[in-house]
Write a protein that binds this ligand. Structure first.
Ligand code: SF4
Length: 268
């Protein structure tokens, strides 16, 4: 079966498994989604969702957040990890959004990646989640791993992986592909113990690297490098990414009453 045909099959199966496709980060507008996504780097969505309500009450928008002190913000976001660098990035982003963009989170990739703490992954999440814009496919550790196992990429470079996936999936599905693969990685295609025996993708998945020590070691090394890079990224103004919730122990479909927050229909 051709790779494009397998990709079409995977998309169909993912849509069957996940008929509703929403982020697990609770955010009501682009400003909140940007903050939540930056905080989600190397942190679970659950933890981020515990922290953000208080943060948004205290600093409702970029103008207010821009007035916060580094120490104040660090104290509030401490439990999300990498708190010093995240605070630096969030303050820098709030100031730039306020000073350059009139308080509104920009709607283009080029403008978003100019914000401290925002790289392509975060920008893709914000563009799709807040504005419904499919500019690319956010590549996190789940997407990276599954794309390789499914034979959709041979690369370990997130930018190249994103390009490979964009070539295989229709543009109007890009945002959904990210979210569905993240969930699928948590629920079924686990990093250490993929549940191939109960996976509906078995007919279309070549299972690259699964059960092969060499491939597993190679991917593990690549993933470790990715985590180190993410850590450095979170520690560097100008670049960061998002992390996701802890892997589920269940291979069952997500509940319709999961804590997912719906997209806001493009409203800033
Ligand atoms: S068959 Fe295995 S490797 Fe392939 S997607 Fe399913 S769980 Fe992952």
């Amino acid at each position: 079966m051709q790779t494009a045909d397998r990709a079409a099959g995977v998309l169909e199966l993912l849509r069957l498994r996940y008929p509703t496709r929403e982020t697990h980060l609770v955010a009501h507008n682009a400003r909140e989604l940007l903050v939540a996504t930056v905080l989600a780097a190397q942190c679970t969505d659950v933890r981020v969702n515990q922290v953000t309500p208080g943060l948004f009450r205290r600093w409702p928008g970029p103008a207010e957040l821009a007035q916060a002190t580094q120490e104040e913000l660090e104290e509030v976001i401490h439990s999300t990890g990498f708190y010093r660098n995240k605070a630096t990035n969030l303050l820098g982003a709030a100031r730039r959004v306020t000073d350059v963009h009139g308080g509104e989170v920009p709607r283009t990739m080029a403008e978003l990646v100019q914000l401290p703490g925002v790289a392509r992954k975060t920008a893709n999440v914000v563009l799709w989640g807040a504005y419904g814009i499919n500019e690319g496919i956010a590549v996190d550790t789940h997407v990276k791993r599954i794309a390789f196992r499914m034979g959709f990429t041979e690369s370990v470079d997130p930018v190249q992986i994103e390009r490979d996936l964009m070539d295989l999936f229709p543009r109007d599905a890009w945002g959904d592909v990210n979210h569905m693969l993240v969930w699928f990685g948590r629920h079924v295609c686990d990093a250490r113990a993929p549940r191939c025996g109960e996976c509906e993708m078995i007919e279309v998945c070549p299972r690259h690297g699964v059960g092969q020590k060499e491939g597993a070691d190679s991917r593990k090394a690549a993933d470790k490098a990715s985590v180190r890079a993410a850590g450095k990224t979170a520690g560097k103004a100008g670049k960061t990414g998002s992390a996701k919730a802890a892997p589920s122990k269940s291979a069952s479909r997500p509940s319709a009453t999961s804590p997912a927050k719906p997209r806001n229909g493009g409203k800033p």
